[in-house]
Design a protein around this ligand. Structure first.
Ligand code: TTP
Ligand code: MG
Ligand code: MG
Length: 438
């Protein structure tokens, strides 16, 4: 008998930005649309809807190339605030189904439903219920992958898009995963795929069964490094990462400190503030958040005296707060600390005899969302600059790929080379159809 200790769902929204646009503009229904900035004939698609995908268009593709495949493709500029708001609403529906929820990106989360499944017997029924509620309330389709850990459920979530539900338990990997082309494996981009293919390793199962004493393993270890061990583990469906739950719904984070003896020395105070900021930055990092507003709260002998002269209602709040809105959202310790100190400096006459100090950060932006926006802005700057030398272009491309964690950008030369290789080594018969759960 097979025992499954945990049930994890990965819920990923289908063609998210494109669906979000379709939802608010019915003229787009059944028409091919792509999301991206298109400037002077240049730009990259962030994603596209299914009518566009049916024409062979893919996210990450240059827009001019997509237009060659479908000249009627409608290009829509991204509206991050709207997508972020919509995704927040969808996550709040999902969070009713499990409090153990980890938001991994703007359109994707993991939930641990182990305890819920007992009542529902079959996890597929539970997944269907979630999928249906999101569709009924938000008119957005999502796909759900079901497994006993994060990696397998994530891989499964992509199998039957759109509006799919697929299981991929450990005992199913031989049948459902190992026969797949290795590019279906999360974490293997174009270039890594080429390194495997050079050694005639084409399927996920072949990665799973790589032996440490084989020549292939030794060669790949040199080229890919420690990531190889991780890839082999993933191909075997092993993933012990916990769900980092509950962090996305916080509206503010703060750390405070009360002093038994008031602080007289401004430098000592600064040092205390730095330590508080360090704690806050850790909290932000753990939650994958950037903050836009920083605030400092302070109480000193002066405040207390001041408060005593005021009316009753002011006495309720016996500390003072000052806040500042930052130019860009951040989780950077240097920036947060220096902004806090700049407020403190303006407040200098009050910054003595301090008995209580707190730092609070609010107005969060998801790190993923902000990272993407920043990279698009940078990409646009690069596109506007036609005088870049080849080496500079390569540096920017490497930087962008590193930032996004995927090889999305190529020089025209390497793109052609990879494509030629890709076209030769992939054929239609390699693809496998999965059973769709109804
Ligand atoms: P994905 O979930 O990767 O893609 P998707 O939802 O568009 O399509 P799928 O049905 O295959 O899940 O990403 C979610 C959104 O994030 C996507 O709609 C656009 C945005 N995005 C970027 O801005 N840049 C990127 O490189 C990627 C991959 C996504
Ligand atoms: Mg998606
Ligand atoms: Mg996603």
């Amino acid at each position: 008998m097979i025992t499954i200790k945990k049930i994890i769902f990965t819920i990923d929204f289908d063609a998210f930005f494109a669906q979000a646009e379709e939802k608010r503009n019915l003229n787009y229904l059944n028409k091919p649309i792509g999301i991206g900035y298109f400037l002077n004939g240049k730009g990259v698609l962030l994603t596209c809807n299914y009518p566009a995908r049916n024409k062979g268009i893919k996210g990450g593709e240059p827009i001019y190339k997509a237009l060659k495949l479908e000249s009627n493709l409608i290009i829509v500029e991204p509206d991050y605030d709207y997508y972020s708001d919509l995704s927040e609403k969808i996550f709040s529906i999902i969070s009713k189904y499990s409090s153990k929820i980890e938001i991994a990106s703007i359109d994707e989360c993991y939930i641990d439903v182990t305890n819920k499944i007992k009542q529902y017997e079959n996890p597929i029924f539970y997944a269907k219920k979630i999928q249906q509620e999101i569709f009924n309330k938000m008119h957005i389709t999502v796909s759900i992958g079901i497994s006993e850990n994060k990696i397998l459920s994530k891989i499964a979530s992509s199998f039957n898009k759109p509006f799919g539900i697929t299981t991929l338990f450990q005992h199913e990997i031989k049948e459902k995963l190992w026969n797949l082309d290795l590019e279906k494996m999360y974490g293997i981009g174009f270039r890594t795929a080429i390194k495997f293919k050079k050694l005639k390793i084409n399927k996920i199962g072949e990665i799973a069964n790589l032996k440490e004493d084989s020549i292939e393993y030794q060669k790949l270890r040199k080229e890919i490094g420690i990531n190889l061990t991780e890839l082999i583990k993933r191909a075997n469906g092993i993933d012990n990462r916990e769900i980092k739950s509950g962090y996305h719904f916080v509206k503010s984070l703060s750390h405070v400190k009360t002093f038994e003896h008031s602080i007289e020395d401004y430098n000592v105070l600064k040092n205390e503030v730095f330590q508080i900021c360090e704690k806050l930055v850790k909290s932000l990092e753990y939650r994958n958040l950037y903050c836009k507003v920083v605030a400092i709260q302070m109480k000193n002998n002066y405040t207390t005296r001041y408060i005593n002269f005021k009316e009753e209602k002011f006495r309720l709040k016996d500390y003072q707060t000052k806040q500042k809105t930052l130019k860009n959202p951040t989780n950077n310790i240097e920036i947060i600390f220096s902004e806090i100190i700049s407020i403190l400096d303006q407040w200098y006459k009050d910054s003595i005899n301090v008995t209580y100090i707190g730092v609070k950060v609010t107005n969060f932006v998801e790190k993923f969302y902000y990272g993407k926006k920043q990279f698009i802005d940078e990409k646009i700057e690069e596109l506007k600059n036609p005088t870049l030398k080849n080496s500079e272009t390569t540096t920017i491309i490497n930087y962008l790929n590193q930032k996004i964690g995927k090889e999305v950008f190529f020089t025209a030369y390497s793109y052609k080379k990879i494509k030629r290789f890709h076209d030769k080594s992939f054929s239609k018969k390699d693809s496998i159809k999965f059973k769709r759960w109804e």
